[in-house]
Write a protein that binds this ligand. Structure first.
Ligand code: SAM
Length: 230
């Protein structure tokens, strides 16, 4: 039974895609995609031995050895240029996703769509996409088991509409599509962030004055103000 988080990622796999799921762990996502006819074939990449073995077991158990290739290696090292048409990277921090994309840039030839699900710091991913010729075509946000997840979907192209009518800074942080839609999980996430930053601000204010504090206080105040505006 796949999580709603990974189901939502799978919803965006284009028909007949050749998929690479990087950091696949149990390979639940590629197995689901193949069993439901969402992809033609897949690579499941894992850098850690334990999860790599779990992925192999799951693929075997599902009888999918012919269509899912499980490979041990870091990031996009496990694929060849022009081998896959869609890449999913889910369940990691935004900074790690950015690192994987940056390190594997030359493997993105032939890739038509990226589906990225950073657990935190999605703005790292948005910034990388913007700087590397990938256009954000949609975003999702959902709550599951008390956690709020963002999913970013990108295709090759220049950043267009979503970033034009929103201040770039804001768009990167909160997500241009998510800001338009303002769903329940979106409002909840950023209300929590405002609360969190207010608490930090209060603790800085009650601490002894030091020169760095003023700059930090201004930064926090600006952030809170921007989030309140959103
Ligand atoms: N993608 C699955 C999901 O969303 O449920 C698993 C997420 S799990 C929290 C993150 C996985 O990424 C771990 O199994 C970890 O070993 C793997 N990982 C971390 N860094 C990686 C890298 N550079 N290349 C490939 N896999 C990596």
């Amino acid at each position: 039974n796949l999580s709603n988080r990974l189901k939502t990622v799978a919803d965006y796999i284009p028909k007949n895609a050749v998929l690479a799921d990087i950091g696949s762990d149990h390979a639940y996502l590629p197995c689901y995609a193949l069993l439901n006819g969402l992809a033609a074939s897949a690579v499941a990449g894992e850098v850690v031995q334990g999860p790599f073995q779990s992925a192999k077991k799951q693929v075997q158990k599902s009888g999918l050895e012919d269509v899912i290739s499980v490979r041990l290696g870091s990031g996009l090292d496990v694929i060849d240029p022009n081998e896959v048409t869609c890449i999913t990277i889910a369940g990691m921090g935004g900074a790690l996703i950015e690192k994987i994309l940056e390190a594997g840039k030359e493997k993105l030839a032939g890739v038509e769509r990226l589906i990225l699900q950073p657990n935190i710091h999605a703005h790292h991913v948005r910034k990388w996409l913007l700087g590397n010729g990938w256009e954000l075509i949609n975003e999702e946000i959902l709550e599951e088991d008390g956690k709020i997840y963002e999913i970013l979907i990108a295709e090759k192209g220049e950043a267009k509409a979503p970033y034009q009518h929103t201040a770039l800074q804001k768009g990167l942080l909160v997500g241009p599509f998510l800001m338009e839609e303002k769903t329940e999980p979106f409002l909840k996430k950023w209300a929590q962030e405002i609360e969190h930053n207010r608490r930090i601000l209060t603790s800085i204010e009650s601490a002894a004055l030091s020169p760095g504090n003023e700059a930090k206080k201004k930064e926090l105040n600006d952030l809170i103000e921007m989030l309140e505006e959103v």
